[in-house]
Design a protein around this ligand. Structure first.
Ligand SMILES: Cc1cc2nc3c(=O)[nH]c(=O)nc-3n(C[C@H](O)[C@H](O)[C@H](O)COP(=O)(O)O)c2cc1C
Length: 406
């Protein structure tokens, strides 16, 4: 991979100390955000590989960042559905192994955690309380849930109670609140801390913002002030290593969580690890290098799905992200979007002008979901009280059925 010419080579002073998540010491205080349909074993492998390169560039050695799985519904896991069993797989060299669970009730959450820890399937569990997708919030799950503070506390407590005997840390990922009138993050952060969560991560948007507008990093600074005994991780709108450094400088957070910025750009983890190690080295791949990462991603997806057709269909959504800013014509992009075999991907890549340099600004900045603000879909009377009523209690048991997306 090409790096920017001003690469620093000598080891320098780290920007932050290693991140401590329970018993795990994470040298580079960076977390790959859980992303449904994206952060499977294949993508995590690429990100891990690039994270290691960044640590070496910064003169450090050892384990790199924390790479979280896409969210897995606790109920599906307890039922051992084939999809959830595949999603909890890790590569043999993943350390620590990390899994994100989605749950709306303490009994199922506890059962899912118990299964993971007693069967030695993970080293870290993250709980998803940030999903703004209507089919999730409509049933009281995801970002709608912390509003119900007792329910939220009981889910965190159940997960921690099951995981603690195995020394597996449980972390919480959440949003600022449901909307500007129903802000929950400070209360939820303190509850999570007192129920034994090993860290709290904040996507600094409300559910009603979805992915629109900007993350309000001042909320991360406020959470850092409120939660004093466990690490606070900041999330939202980190598109470059410099954004990550800026978030730390502005909020004093203990680490950063990076999602959309690494879509089609797993080498961002090289930049992030290098930046936190105090190095100014940045990766600027040309189209030949980008194409070979894309090709490797496709190969890993084929391996992950155990099926060439499925793997190739899965890589399609990544192609526009990989080629962002490069001169790849509309017709070519269309053909790439229909790719159905590794051989056809190879042929299409071979027909590109692979000598194109990294397009800098055209490739930088936002990628992935944006969308617009909206009214959050919620169960009836949800906002009337922070406690569940009987009807809501009965309804919420159904909320774990068939959900996906964050
Ligand atoms: C495609 C996609 C899928 C996501 N899936 C999840 C998920 O499974 N669990 C979760 O907690 N958040 C999920 N998120 C939210 C991200 O983890 C992250 O909080 C959000 O994208 C903001 O960070 P960013 O600005 O770095 O992208 C998803 C986001 C995207 C774009």
């Amino acid at each position: 991979m090409s790096t920017a010419p001003d690469s620093a080579t000598a080891p320098s002073t780290p920007i932050l100390p290693p991140l401590q998540i329970g018993k795990h010491t994470i040298d580079s205080p960076v977390v790959l955000a859980p992303m449904a349909g994206i952060t499977n074993r294949a993508f995590r492998r690429l990100c891990r590989q690039y994270g290691q390169e960044g640590l070496r560039a910064g003169g450090a050695t050892g384990a790199s960042s924390l790479y979280v799985s896409e969210m897995i519904t606790s109920r599906a896991l307890v039922e051992r559905t084939p999809i959830s069993m595949r999603l909890i797989e890790h590569d043999p060299d993943e350390e620590p192994r990390s899994i994100q669970l989605y749950s709306v009730d303490p009994v199922t959450a506890g059962a899912a955690v118990r299964m993971l820890v007693t069967e030695d399937r993970t080293d870290h569990i993250d709980l998803n309380f940030g999903c703004p997708v209507p089919k999730v919030t409509r049933k009281g799950g995801g970002a709608a849930l912390p509003w119900k503070s007792t329910l939220f506390a009981s889910i965190v407590a159940a997960a921690v109670r099951e995981a603690a005997p195995y020394d597996v840390p449980v972390t919480v990922k959440m949003r600022v609140g449901i909307d500007d009138d129903h802000i929950t993050f400070l209360q939820a952060g303190k509850i999570a801390e007192s129920e034994g969560a090993a860290a709290v991560a904040l996507h600094a948007r409300t559910a009603s913002q979805a992915y629109s507008g900007h993350a309000d990093w001042s909320r991360i600074a406020a959470l850092k002030q409120a939660v004093t005994t466990v690490p606070v991780l900041g999330n939202g709108d980190i598109w470059s290593a410099d954004d990550a450094l800026r978030m730390v400088a502005e909020t004093s957070c203990d680490g950063v969580v990076v999602g959309r910025g690494c879509l089609g750009r797993p080498w961002l983890f090289t930049d992030l690890a290098a930046a936190f190690a105090g190095s100014s080295a940045r990766v600027e791949p040309n189209l030949a290098e980008v194409s070979s990462v894309l090709r490797e991603h496709a190969r890993l997806l084929v391996e992950f799905h155990g099926d060439e057709g499925r793997g190739c269909r899965d890589i399609r959504k990544h192609i526009a992200w990989y080629f962002k800013g490069f001169a790849v014509g509309g017709q070519m992009r269309q053909q790439l979007g229909l790719v159905d075999s590794l051989a056809s991907l190879d042929d299409l890549i071979a027909s590109l002008d692979l000598s194109q340099p990294w397009p800098s600004e055209a490739a930088d900045g936002q990628r992935g979901r944006a969308g617009s603000a909206r009214k959050v879909a919620l169960p009836e009377f949800w906002l009337d009280s922070q406690e569940l009523n009987d009807e809501q209690r009965a309804m919420i048991a159904l909320a774990e059925e068939s959900v996906s997306g964050g």
